[in-house]
Design a protein around this ligand. Structure first.
Ligand code: DGJ
Length: 732
């Protein structure tokens, strides 16, 4: 609910459990007054103290009032160069070469429904949303900033974006345009999700210390290294308790999430496109829209925060027709064959899989052009007839005859120097004339900011997609952007290329979504290098990591789960010893971990023992029976795998709390281990649950408070699952 009090300038946004407030204060400065547990909509600006602080300057309108300073007031969208020395949200560069912004309040409007952002992914929905627009103006340049807020009351979610319009008569360049700015008081801790290729989203937590700490990427993608999702929380906040704020950027390019502990010992968080090499020209009448950011405040810990993000993403970011639908259980040939396969090998893998209940076969890298290694072929999207005689027209019906659908891998943003495409259009790759180009995985990046490049690639992909019944696309992207310079733009507009690249990518994905609405697209960037809310709008599942080791995956999937729902996490069972870690984990454990994701296999099942095959058959059946509970249920992290405990456990609970699935993975076994109990969460306290079909019934409050007695492990990396079904008061 949005409450406007035009007389006092108070603007209050209420969600079910939280309140957010701002105020158009003296001299038209838009102040941020409160964000926290739900309270009334009275004026909270008493929380703001104005005192004269040394070296905090005063705007001219304040006259001799030295207590009024932009450097000390909590700002709703911070400026720079005119007295606020903390993190800026907006930096303008007009033709005179100055680098300031000075925003003052112009007006406010509210309407039912949710705003859209042209060309950008954004949360969507109908009457369950309300939109607030607050207009600010930089009088000298006549640049207007419309601050957009989407309020999804039920999920305690507030989205934000800024729509920047040049209403003046001269060109202005944007040097920075944040999506979100939040000022908080009190000590806080910052949680980020960091890592590297094959070890993404490892959770890291530390108190904010004076100065700026950030999670950011200048790689042109959101990256393996830092995720565009951060949490600020009070000390002592945990899964079930404490005030915390999660912020996710709905964007897939370079980003910055910066948190500053200020000279007043309070905090500012800004989040948006990274300012590195960002310089966007706005001619008279032109506008720029920032990506969207989504915030959830939870007064009761991280678990609640995550569940709000999960539901909001599932319902309002993932799109039809896959939203709420079971994604097929698939088998992918990459870890089994890499580039070395032919049609017979693929059909063999598919045949084994089909017999065990697997529903889709995905042909990974190596099917096109000259592609026997990763040194060549990218850009030549024509089937390699030596490997696949007769092309997809011949292969796909053979897969379909096995009762399986067919999916294909592509990497459309890339080109190999050893390719016909590169030989014909060397200038289509990003690169600065006069400098050698930097390779990554021996490949170059196509300039997706250019329409003719996108049109060509799209045309080539379309021929492939139209040549056979293709039901799934794995859209991969295997390097960071370097040498970012576009032959299509003049020197003064090169600062637009990073962002235009991302807009080009989104435009391609939107075209695919429109032309092939039923095709499921899985995002991938060397695993989870572009796992962000922006990609989820187009690709409702994303390959979580190239690391398929079930034990490493416990931590990767744990970190990912703080913002992103289980249904979006690409997770497969692969062969052991694992190719990256050398570790051997039992098939059952690998299945239990992959089941908390999209679930599939990535191995040659023909090499499995009869017993292993039976496990695969049984796991696949189990997943098909439980997918709704797993993917649509509420998710509870029961332990912290970074905490050094003997086991990791998590739980899925159905919306009506009548069913739950608990998954437990033991880490390395030790002699004389202590007895452990596992306290469950989210159950109906008064209900009686049957566990794994046994006769004995367990009360919900007993399982949640006294806990479930764990058996003693008898070996490394064992796993178990508890399926709970409420028998009384009514039966499942
Ligand atoms: C990186 C992906 O993450 C892998 O799954 C695989 O598709 C390879 N690329 C293929 O080159």
């Amino acid at each position: 609910m949005i409450v406007l009090d035009e007389k006092s300038g108070i603007i209050t946004l209420h969600t079910k459990n939280t309140t957010y407030q701002m105020k158009a204060g003296s001299h038209g400065v838009l102040l941020h007054t409160y964000y926290g547990p739900r309270i009334g909509d009275g004026d909270l600006s008493y929380l703001i103290r104005c005192t004269d602080r040394g070296f905090s300057p005063n705007p001219s309108e304040a006259g001799l009032d030295r207590a009024f300073s932009l450097d000390t007031l909590p700002q709703e969208y911070s400026t720079c160069g005119v007295g606020d020395f903390r993190l800026p949200s907006l930096e303008l560069e007009p033709e005179d070469g100055s680098r300031l912004s000075d925003l003052r309040y112009k007006g406010v409007e509210r309407r039912p429904g949710k705003y859209n952002l042209p060309g950008l992914p954004a949360f969507f929905g109908g009457e369950e949303w309300e939109t607030l627009t607050v207009t600010l103006e930089d009088a000298a340049t006549q640049v207007e900033v419309e601050l957009l807020y989407g309020v999804l009351e039920e999920e305690d979610l507030i989205t934000r974006a800024a729509w920047i319009v040049n209403r003046g008569s001269r060109t202005v360049r944007l040097r920075q345009a944040a999506s979100l700015c939040l000022d908080f008081s009190g000590p806080m801790e910052l949680i980020t999700f960091d890592g590297c290729h094959a070890m993404e989203r490892q959770m890291s937590r530390a108190p904010l210390r004076p100065g700026i700490q950030s999670a950011e990427s200048v790689r042109g993608t959101s990256s393996h290294h830092h995720n565009p999702f951060v949490i600020l929380c009070e000390e002592g906040a945990g899964e079930e308790q404490g005030l915390c704020y999660g912020a996710a950027l709905v964007y897939s390019g370079s980003f910055q999430a910066a948190a500053e502990r200020t000279h007043l010992e309070n905090n500012r968080l800004t989040m948006g496109i990274h300012p590195y090499h960002f310089r966007y020209a706005l001619g008279p009448g032109e506008s720029f829209v920032t990506p969207e950011a989504a915030m959830v405040c939870s007064p009761s810990g991280f678990g609640e925060m995550s569940r709000h993000f999960h539901r909001a993403i599932r319902e309002h970011l993932l799109r039809d027709p896959w939203k709420g639908e079971r994604h097929p259980v698939l088998i992918n040939n990459w870890e089994a064959t890499e580039f070395h396969f032919d049609a017979e090998k693929l059909v063999d893998i598919a045949r084994e899989a089909a017999a065990l209940g697997i529903e889709m076969f995905v042909m990974d890298d190596g099917w096109f052009g000259k592609r026997d290694t990763d040194y060549s072929g990218l850009g030549d999207w024509q089937v390699n007839q030596k490997k696949l005689p007769g092309g997809l027209e011949a292969l796909v019906p053979r897969i379909n005859e096995l009762g399986m659908s067919f999916g294909i891998w592509v990497e459309p943003e890339m080109v190999s120097e050893d390719s016909d495409l590169y030989r014909a259009h060397p200038d289509w790759a990003l690169g600065v004339p006069g400098r050698s180009r930097t390779r990554g995985r021996s490949q170059l990046v196509l300039d997706f900011s250019r329409r003719e490049v996108r049109d060509h690639i799209y045309g080539e992909l379309k021929k492939v997609l139209d040549s056979a019944k293709i039901r799934y696309i794995k859209w991969d992207m295997n390097r960071s952007l370097t040498d970012v310079w576009s032959a299509a733009l003049p020197p003064e507009r090169q600062g637009e290329v990073y962002h235009r690249y991302v807009l080009g990518l989104y435009e391609m994905l939107e075209r695919l979504h429109t032309d092939y609405p039923d095709v499921l697209i899985e995002g991938c960037s060397g695993g989870g290098g572009r796992f962000d809310a922006g990609m989820l709008y187009y690709t409702p599942q994303i390959w979580c990591s190239d690391n398929t080791d079930a034990i490493d995956r416990l931590r990767i999937q744990y970190g990912t789960s703080f913002c992103y729902p289980v249904s979006t996490m690409g997770a497969h069972v692969s062969a052991v010893p694992n190719g990256l870690t050398g570790r051997s984990v039992p098939m059952e454990t690998r299945g239990v971990v992959a089941m908390s994701g999209t679930f599939g296999y990535e191995m040659d099942l023909g090499k499995c023992t009869a017993e292993e095959k039976e496990t695969v058959r049984e796991q696949t059946k189990r997943f098909k029976g439980w997918w709704q509970l797993i993917q649509e249920g509420d998710y509870y992290r029961l332990t912290d795998p970074f905490g050094g405990g003997a086991f990791t456990a998590w739980e899925h609970v159905s919306g009506d709390r009548r069913e739950a699935l608990v998954s437990i993975v033991m880490e390395t076994a030790r002699a004389t281990p202590p007895f452990s109990v596992l306290r469950l969460r989210g159950l109906d306290a008064g209900a009686l649950y049957q566990v794994n079909g046994s006769e004995e019934l367990w009360r919900g409050d007993v399982l949640m408070n006294a806990g479930w007695p764990l058996p003693l492990p008898t070996g490394d990396y064992q796993a178990m699952q508890l399926y709970l079904c409420a028998k009384r008061p009514s039966s499942c």
